[in-house]
Write a protein that binds this ligand. Structure first.
Ligand code: PLP
Length: 384
């Protein structure tokens, strides 16, 4: 059997036709396809505003900036995430700290968060921004997080790179009450793709305006917002130090085509997860847990093996047999560039213990039943 990756894009003729149409049009970038894609994501999620960006990393950076994070500020996130969830704080000159994860959801442990906030309040070191990560598509415990936000006054960025299509208490991720900004990623292994791409969603029109301005060099063109209103129609002002974090129209057209297919992608993922859940139930594994009142978009299917040695054995054997299992995630605080800042082994034991045992099985919309059966058969073989 040919290589089965852990994640893979699904591209069909509708995607290709959408891209070709833009390539034949006048607008390869800064044209109408970007706002069309933003509209499609708003419609699906119920968000009021969406700002497409060149990546989720760019969107995280600008969300932090637009929410006022700067030199001397503090950002907290979890160790069990992709490094970008933490790096965005450092881009702004802020310090980064972590809160351990919950042993069942693999998302932020809200009790640990409450304890750390109480201590930080006493020390005068409360965070300005919390980046909550919907790991594998599982939404965090937002009722508790928003309650803590009200008490302590930090902003919440929801890193929903894994979670377009997830729901919390029946509400789609992207429009959850109390979240300041939600981030999606459109990297090919994620739920939909624009090759590279990301988006920041918010209910706040001013924040959306700021995000759009920072996306394009900090340039303001709205005549009602200019300092000097006496100039001609060529005139624009750089009102803040921004970046070029734009998504192209070529990418946005692919994004809109993918949005049409998202409901089918999600249905396929849920069906594959139901098969894994059923067919792996008797094995000596911990299978993913879905918190009550939530729906996961099921970006990943992380299982826990008995111990680190068993995980290493199964990983190596699966890879040797063309099955692209993966490990999500190496705890961010154990990366050399974070150890340099003073973090080390033992700082966040739940995330570290989880990391020792975890393995993500292949899961994506185009994974066939025959391929999934191969994954399951091999897993059984190497566990024996
Ligand atoms: C993929 C990912 C990112 C970064 O996304 P890019 O679009 O590649 O920049 C950030 N956070 C999490 C949790 C991710 O999985």
């Amino acid at each position: 059997m040919s290589f089965i990756p852990y994640g893979h894009q699904s591209i069909d003729d509708t995607d290709i036709a959408a891209v070709v149409e833009v390539l034949r049009s006048d607008w390869l970038t800064q044209g109408p396809s970007v706002s069309r894609f933003e509209q499609a994501v708003c419609q699906f999620t119920g968000a009021a505003h969406a700002v497409a960006m060149s990546s989720a990393t760019a969107a995280l950076h600008l969300a932090c900036l637009a929410l006022g994070l700067g030199q001397g500020g503090r950002l907290w996130t979890v160790p069990n995430t992709f490094i970008a969830s933490a790096n965005c704080g450092r881009y702004c000159g802020a310090s980064v700290d972590f809160v351990d994860i919950d042993a069942r959801s693999y998302c932020i442990d809200v009790e640990a968060l409450a304890g750390k906030l109480e201590q930080a309040a006493r020390l005068g070191t409360l965070p300005d921004v919390l980046v909550a990560v919907d790991f594998a598509g599982q939404p965090c415990d937002y009722a508790k997080i928003i309650e803590l936000k009200r008490r302590y006054g930090f902003k919440v960025i929801e890193d929903a790179s894994h979670a377009i299509g997830s729901e919390y208490e029946g509400v789609k991720v992207g429009s959850l009450a109390g979240i300041d900004c939600t981030i999606f990623s459109f990297h090919p292994v994620k739920l939909i793709t624009t090759a590279e791409g990301g988006m920041a969603l918010t209910q706040d029109a001013e924040l959306a305006h700021r995000l759009a301005m920072l996306r394009s060099h900090g340039i303001e063109r709205d005549p009602t917002r200019l300092n000097d209103t006496s100039q001609g129609a060529w005139y624009y002002e750089q009102q803040a130090l921004g970046f070029n974090y734009r998504l192209t129209d070529v990418q946005a057209a692919l994004g809109s085509a993918q949005m049409q297919r998202l409901p089918a992608f999600l249905a396929k993922r849920h069906a594959l997860v139901a098969r894994y859940d059923e067919l792996l139930a008797e094995l000596p594994l911990v299978l993913p847990w879905q918190a009550p009142h939530t729906l996961s978009a099921r970006h990943l299917y992380p299982i826990l093996l008995a111990d680190a040695a068993m995980r290493r054995h199964v990983f190596d054997q699966m890879r040797a047999h063309n099955i692209g299992v993966q490990v999500h995630y190496i705890p961010v605080h154990l990366q050399p560039d974070y150890k340099r800042l003073g973090f080390g082994e033992g700082d966040f034991p739940v995330a570290e213990n989880y990391y020792q045992r975890t393995l993500s099985l292949p899961l994506y919309a185009d994974l066939s039943i025959a391929q999934q059966d191969e994954v399951i058969a091999r897993l059984k073989e190497f566990l024996a």
